[in-house]
Write a protein that binds this ligand. Structure first.
Ligand code: GLC
Length: 530
């Protein structure tokens, strides 16, 4: 395998800067903290780090509301710290991917301040303004069209009033975004994670979709993956990604397989891969994610396998269980109790056995679990706080019910500080051969060394118990079997043709699976046959 792009056999580690490592004791993680922990990441073996936004920001959405794209927020350090981080990561053989948030800016960005100042401002058309708003609802609650007193018109903010959406139709906006991207390329970054990039194409005539539980209407059907989004991304590819050799992964909630092939198809010249969210959306309801409920394993398998099969010839999968917007996967699909470590390893095996680029979110490699929130003031996330207000004041949930739902679903579950100290924590796990951390390290090594794991085609196995996932990876020289028991009970799967195969990795010592067909609770392994 000589002819591939670096990211095709890479594992990328997401650093949520504000809760990764606090180097100056102010209670917030920072860039010097990331530099301090580069040896830890190098030891784990990851090829690249993705840094969440560290730009100047009023922090209404923890930095996903950027008021200055070119400079580091003092909370996170200095511009020099960023330069040092890139140099030191590169010196350790790791690439740096930054988060680019250009569907919207902060309402404090000079472009928006100008835009809202007058209908005649040269920046007026950099954002979306109207006198006749639809009843679209915003992602973080309330309407998506926000009334602005200065000019008596409404502007669009699909996420919150403090995150006005840029008008990509305006060539001046696209030119400014491209220049900003080139400046970051010039500062040595190797790639971009493009925040909600599937939303940048907006309709000329916004229309109301179906009403949601709060009486607002849906816009996704008219906005997400609009043909214009593909056009704008191709322009970015041509003028920035390609000439500056940048790796790109687009966040594309609501994306279908068909759309994903457009974004990441080899001849399309758009993105290298996207994040799709079908598998982590399986535990929602009509109140979106604000409901109890576990992801059903049979549906989960169906979704994951559908994406594996659909992108087997063309396109590429961005593989993830966790990120800064998702609850912890062990709490969600594994076991927080006696099988915490084993189930964390099982989940890792299932994901890292697939074809694509696996992403590890900070703390996932330690098997971290969700938090229990017992009061609303323990929540920081704008989405969680607003949902609490909306769903308790409307009487949909009691405060107790809502807190218990938030303990399962809140984005704050992922945003607790990395536990660096000894004990159950990072530094202890690094030293233990059988820790979750060491297991991740081994999976990452396998992806680097095993061609079949990196590039082999995917084939699902049928006739498998409902809560067991089993699939093959096939190359000319080798076949791999990846088997994972998602249940806390023993399961049976007899595969005589695999008897005597070599186990590359597994989470049960002295497993009898190949001999007896018995899978222990949460057992997982990868076997190889020449
Ligand atoms: C993406 C980010 C999320 C943010 C939102 C708005 O979904 O991952 O954290 O709140 O975009 O920028």
């Amino acid at each position: 395998m000589n002819d591939y792009n670096w990211w095709q056999r890479a594992v990328i580690y997401e650093v949520y800067v504000r809760s990764f490592r606090d180097s100056d004791g102010d209670g917030v993680g920072d860039l010097p903290g990331v530099i301090e922990k580069l040896p830890y990441l190098q030891d784990l073996g990851v090829d690249a780090i993705w840094l969440t936004p560290f730009y100047k920001s009023p922090m209404v959405d923890n930095g996903y509301d950027v008021s200055d794209y070119d400079h580091v927020d003092p909370l996170f350090g200095t511009d020099e710290d960023f330069g040092r981080l890139v140099a030191e990561a590169h010196a350790r053989g790791m690439k740096v991917v930054i988060d680019i948030v250009v569907n919207h800016t902060s309402s404090e960005h000079p472009w928006f301040r100008e835009s809202r100042s007058s209908v005649d401002s040269p920046y007026r058309d950099w954002y979306h303004w109207t006198k006749t708003p639809t009843r679209w609802g915003s992602q973080f609650g309330g309407p998506a069209w926000h009334f602005d007193e200065t000019t008596g018109e409404y502007y669009l903010g699909l996420f919150s009033a403090e995150q006005p959406d840029l008008n990509w139709k305006n060539p001046a906006v696209r030119a400014a975004v491209k220049e900003m991207m080139r400046r970051w390329a010039g500062r040595g970054v190797d790639g971009f994670r493009l925040d909600v990039i599937s939303l940048i194409g907006k309709p000329d005539e916004p229309k109301d979709g179906a009403a949601n539980a709060w009486g607002f209407t849906d816009w996704h059907w008219q906005v997400a993956n609009a043909p214009e989004a593909h056009e704008y991304i191709r322009e970015l590819h041509r003028e920035v990604f390609e000439p500056y050799h940048l790796m790109t992964v687009g966040e594309a909630s609501g994306v279908t397989l068909e759309e994903s092939l457009k974004y990441s198809g080899r001849t399309r010249e758009e993105l290298d891969m996207v994040f799709q969210f079908e598998h982590v959306g399986l535990d929602g309801s009509e109140t979106w994610k604000w409901t109890h409920g576990r992801i059903p394993v049979p549906q989960l398998k169906e979704v994951l396998f559908h994406w594996q099969e659909g992108l087997s010839e063309d396109g590429w999968n961005g593989l993830f269980w966790c990120n800064h917007d998702q609850p912890r996967i062990v709490s969600r699909l594994g076991d927080e109790g006696v099988y915490r470590e084993r189930s964390a390893k099982m989940l890792a095996t299932c994901l890292h056995g697939m074809k694509g680029t696996p992403f590890v979110y900070q703390g996932e490699e330690l098997g971290m679990t969700n938090v229990v929130f017992s009061a609303v003031d323990e929540l920081q996330d704008i989405e969680s706080v607003n949902a609490y207000e909306a769903l308790t004041s409307s009487g949909r949930y009691t405060p107790e019910e809502m807190l218990s739902i938030l303990s399962e679903k809140s984005r704050d579950n992922a945003r607790t500080p990395m536990p660096w100290d000894f004990g159950e924590n990072a530094e202890a796990q690094v030293l233990q051969e059988d820790s979750v951390w060491s297991y991740y390290k081994e999976l990452i090594r396998l992806r680097h060394e095993n061609d079949c794991l990196a590039f082999g085609s995917f084939r699902r196995l049928t006739g498998v118990p409902d809560d067991v996932s089993a699939y093959l990876r096939v190359s000319d020289a080798e076949t791999l079997l990846v088997v994972c028991n998602f249940s806390g009970e023993t399961r049976e799967l007899v595969l005589p043709e695999w008897k005597g195969a070599h186990r590359l990795i597994g989470n049960v010592l002295d497993s009898l699976f190949l001999e007896t067909g018995q899978l222990e609770p949460y057992e997982a392994a990868i076997y190889s046959k020449a």
